[in-house]
Design a protein around this ligand. Structure first.
Ligand code: SF4
Ligand code: SF4
Ligand code: FES
Length: 256
């Protein structure tokens, strides 16, 4: 690694990428060296490699595959490990990164190819906890009930979740032996349960989180809190939903 001063004076960028030719293929590392331009981010570095996929030792290779869409840290598609930290490639500025820049696919998710992972499990878990509000028909139904301003403000912070998967990628409880849904779906349960219309499915969401892999599987290590690029209040949401599930379990015990 080079110091901050050296990084700001650099004329080229060294990039090391953990690649895989397919989901079953063995991973390997490749080193690229590309010309530096001011204002570059990791996506623009990957675009340079795509245009000229030649390694630092002069070998022409298959272009590196990655995913992106919004390019403004909203969709989560470009999430990957950048120098050991899960984050979005579109908002990772080269001037703020060490050299070499090390890129790896997001941990804990099946690799499709190179830096592309399959985040389907996150969407399946959102379905599992019914993280939505039913709308009856396609016609305009007018404005919904107003929310208390303080609650709305709190819930807005949760609504910023972009399903990027960074919280799951660092969670020790997310692994092959566990059905744990992860922090993001738990926070979404809090969001939809707090909504005046969404709350009518509150019991069903809490029942889903009382099953194997639900909120009780959280080990409270809070790695997720540090990893979330949107500062979703994950620890607070896990505690809140944990309380809601306890009350729900007590109610089920007493009233069936
Ligand atoms: S608190 Fe720890 S165990 Fe719980 S979801 Fe976050 S990282 Fe995972
Ligand atoms: S809670 Fe944060 S880290 Fe987790 S998926 Fe949402 S935005 Fe990403
Ligand atoms: S491309 Fe959408 S978050 Fe980076």
């Amino acid at each position: 690694m080079v110091s901050g001063m050296q990084v700001s004076q650099r004329t080229e960028i060294n990039v090391e990428i953990l690649r895989r030719d397919g989901s079953e293929a063995k991973p390997y590392r490749q080193h690229f060296r590309i010309p530096y331009r001011p204002g570059m981010n990791v996506i623009s570095v990957l675009m340079e490699i795509q245009v000229n996929p030649v390694t630092a030792d002069g070998k022409t290779v298959a272009p590196v595959v990655w995913d992106c869409s919004c390019l403004e840290e909203v969709c989560g598609a470009c999430s990957m490990f950048i120098c050991g930290r899960p984050r979005q490639a579109c908002s990772a500025l080269i001037d703020q990164l060490p050299d070499p820049i090390i890129l790896e696919p997001l941990h804990k998710f099946p690799v499709v190819r190179d830096l592309v992972v399959d985040r389907q499990v996150m969407f399946d878990n959102l379905k599992r906890v019914k993280a939505w509000i039913h709308i009856d028909g396609t016609y305009p139904i007018g404005s919904g009930p107003r929310m208390n301003e303080k609650i709305r403000e709190k819930m807005y912070a949760i609504s910023k979740c972009m399903t990027c998967g960074c919280c799951l990628s660092v969670c020790p409880q997310v692994n092959d032996r566990s059905a744990f849904v992860g922090a993001a779906p738990i926070a979404q349960v809090r969001l939809f349960n707090a909504h005046p219309t969404g709350s009518y499915m509150k019991s069903e969401r809490l029942d889903a989180l009382l099953e194997d892999g639900g909120v009780a599987a959280c080990g409270n290590a809070q790695n997720c809190v540090r990893a979330c690029p949107k500062q979703v209040p994950l620890a607070e949401s896990i505690a809140d939903v944990g309380m809601q599930t306890t009350l729900r379990a007590a109610k089920r015990f007493l009233f069936g």
